[in-house]
Design a protein around this ligand. Structure first.
Ligand code: UDP
Ligand code: MG
Length: 140
């Protein structure tokens, strides 16, 4: 496996419940390195741009409102096969389907308010990382 980078977001339901450290521990225990991280509050327009691939889905408006409702922590995770590994640590989108021990099984509140985002492929990871971070902010 090659060393990869992926974009992760700790979502508002998790920052509100003070779960940033517990979620970061899951990443680090899995061998993912947090090579960039910042806490920001998105506007609805910024959330909408980030999730524009879902613009036609029925949950899009609610998702954008949710992502802009409270601060998020955006981060870049690095490691061997980081994109798939992060998806594994996150668990399935719907916490009801998430494997035991995954972030979403332990912390997600619903299919919408599911605590974390993770890129799904190398191309999306590159675009999503560049949406939040400049090259100077990535210290591996
Ligand atoms: N989402 C939702 N309802 C759904 C499916 C997705 O509210 O039926 C939200 C949820 O927050 C999810 C995000 O939209 O994390 C993006 O959906 P995607 O299918 O890309 O899931 P993910 O990649 O986050 O597992
Ligand atoms: Mg996705």
């Amino acid at each position: 496996m090659a060393i990869e980078r992926t974009l992760s977001i700790i979502k508002p339901d998790a920052t509100r419940r003070n779960l940033t450290g517990k979620i970061n521990a899951k990443f680090e225990e899995a061998g993912l390195r947090i090579v960039a991280q910042k806490r920001i509050q998105l506007t609805k327009a910024q959330a909408g741009e980030f999730y524009k691939v879902h613009a036609e889905r029925p949950f899009y408006d609610e998702l954008c409102d949710f992502m802009a409702s409270e601060p998020v922590v955006v981060q870049v995770l690095e490691g061997d096969g980081a994109i798939a590994k992060n998806r594994e640590v996150m668990g399935a989108t719907n916490p009801a389907d998430a494997a035991p021990g995954t972030i979403r099984a332990e912390y997600a509140e619903s299919v919408g308010e599911n605590s974390v985002h993770g890129s799904d492929a190398p191309e999306t990871a590159a675009v999503e990382i560049a949406y939040f971070f400049s090259g100077l902010e990535l210290v591996g």
